[in-house]
Write a protein that binds this ligand. Structure first.
Ligand code: PLP
Length: 393
């Protein structure tokens, strides 16, 4: 079999197979099955400009990073993936590489607090117009697009922290009708559950810190897309500005991505069990989980997400802010911490923690809201932990 045939067979294979093999050819010199951590800043040249494999300096390209980029692009079924030192670095470079002062962004009203901070505190002063819309309301999105020229519509689905669901195909159709592009932050769903490019999005961004890394031990991000011109602009700014992941970061992302599907299915199963149990408890005024029929986006999520609804749950405590604070403090297996998507369960208070930076804005979150990142421990143990925490409210 030629390499080209292998590549075609691999591209046609299932996600789990691509995740384990794409970009993971054994090392040509030693046969090492796992991509080595090429912890080197520079590469010997065979005469001036005589680069081996195109490598000259690790800001521009590094074999471990390239391996992860090829793996992620294949998992997504996309032409290109470019990885960064963080999710926000990926978002920053994608936008800065393709926007200029005077351009406008239409942003969903429930997004990661750090994304809103970057846009409102860095991009707006740079001259970018920013408008916020209920992104789940397609007619409202279409009306906004008809009223003003937007370069980008920014979608997070499921959103952070309220787990709102946006119909990606419907928003993409509306955006494209007005000449706008759609970016989907697919961090919560991961490439296992949702394929925004296939649904019409123009680019996907990830915080690989979350499900892709999956073990709460690396901060990273990625831009995934099909358009070569945009890819080249992003790669140029990535090299010019330099927010690249280290080879070790890339190696951790590679390892994480290999088991992503197994983990995300278990996160989803556990979260569904816990969300159903939570709905039966009077201490919770509201349970936000797209897998529940009570969730306003359930029907869209059931169509758009494949094989599960993810590991994130948000709840509103009937006892208000004080009960929410006591609840997050009383959990024992659920660790009180920011972030999400790791094997271990985490619990946090968005209003005071991850989303403190949007307090006082249109993106402010309810004070009685608690967000859970359900891990892959045994579900019964997790429910027992939440149960004992409720008894201590
Ligand atoms: C964490 C997160 C980000 C930012 O990623 P970092 O890796 O922390 O820079 C962006 N979007 C979402 C949805 C996130 O959860």
């Amino acid at each position: 079999m030629t390499i080209a045939t292998n590549q075609a067979a691999l591209n046609a294979s299932a996600l789990a197979t691509r995740a384990i093999h794409a970009g993971q050819e054994p090392d040509p010199i030693t046969g090492a099955v796992v991509t080595p951590i090429y912890m080197t800043s520079t590469f010997k040249q065979d005469g001036v400009g005589g680069l081996r494999g195109g490598y000259d300096y690790s800001r521009s390209a590094n074999p471990t990073r390239n391996s992860f980029d090829a793996q992620l692009a294949a998992v997504e079924g996309a032409n290109y993936a470019l990885s960064f030192a963080s999710g926000l670095a990926a978002i920053d470079v994608l936008l800065r590489a393709t926007l200029q002062p005077g351009d406008n962004i239409l942003l969903g009203n429930d997004v990661y607090g750090g994304t809103y901070r970057l846009l409102s505190k860095v991009f707006v002063p740079w001259g970018i117009g920013l408008d916020v819309v209920d992104i789940t309301d397609v007619p409202a999105v279409a009306a906004a697009l008809a009223a003003k020229d937007y370069r980008y519509v920014w979608v997070e689905t499921p959103s952070n922290p309220l787990l709102n669901i946006t119909d990606i195909a419907a928003v993409a159709a509306a955006a494209h009708a007005h000449g706008a592009k759609v970016v989907v932050d697919n961090t919560f769903a991961s490439p296992v559950l949702q394929h925004p490019l296939a649904d019409g999005a123009d680019a996907v961004v990830y915080s690989t810190t979350k499900y892709i890394g999956g073990h709460s031990d690396v901060v990273g991000g990625a831009v995934v897309l099909n358009d070569k011109e945009t890819r080249d602009a992003v790669a140029f700014l990535q090299n010019s500005a330099g927010a690249v992941p280290s080879p070790f970061d890339s190696w951790l992302d590679i390892r994480g991505l290999k088991t992503l599907e197994l983990r995300v299915r278990q996160h989803s199963r556990n979260a569904m069990n816990i969300a159903q149990w939570m709905e039966s408890r009077p201490e919770f005024e509201r349970v936000w989980y797209p897998g529940l029929e009570s969730h306003p986006g359930h029907e869209i999520a059931a169509r758009q997400m494949r094989g599960g609804f993810g590991g994130m749950i948000s709840v509103q405590l009937a006892g208000g802010f004080e009960a929410a604070k006591r609840f997050v403090g009383a959990a024992e297996i659920f660790t009180l911490a920011e972030s999400l998507g790791g094997v271990e369960s985490l619990i946090e208070h968005p209003g005071a923690m991850t989303h403190a930076s949007v307090s006082g804005t249109t993106l402010e979150v309810p004070a009685n809201l608690v967000r859970l990142s359900v891990g892959i421990e045994e579900a019964d143990d997790l429910i027992a932990d939440l149960d004992q925490a409720l008894r201590r409210l």
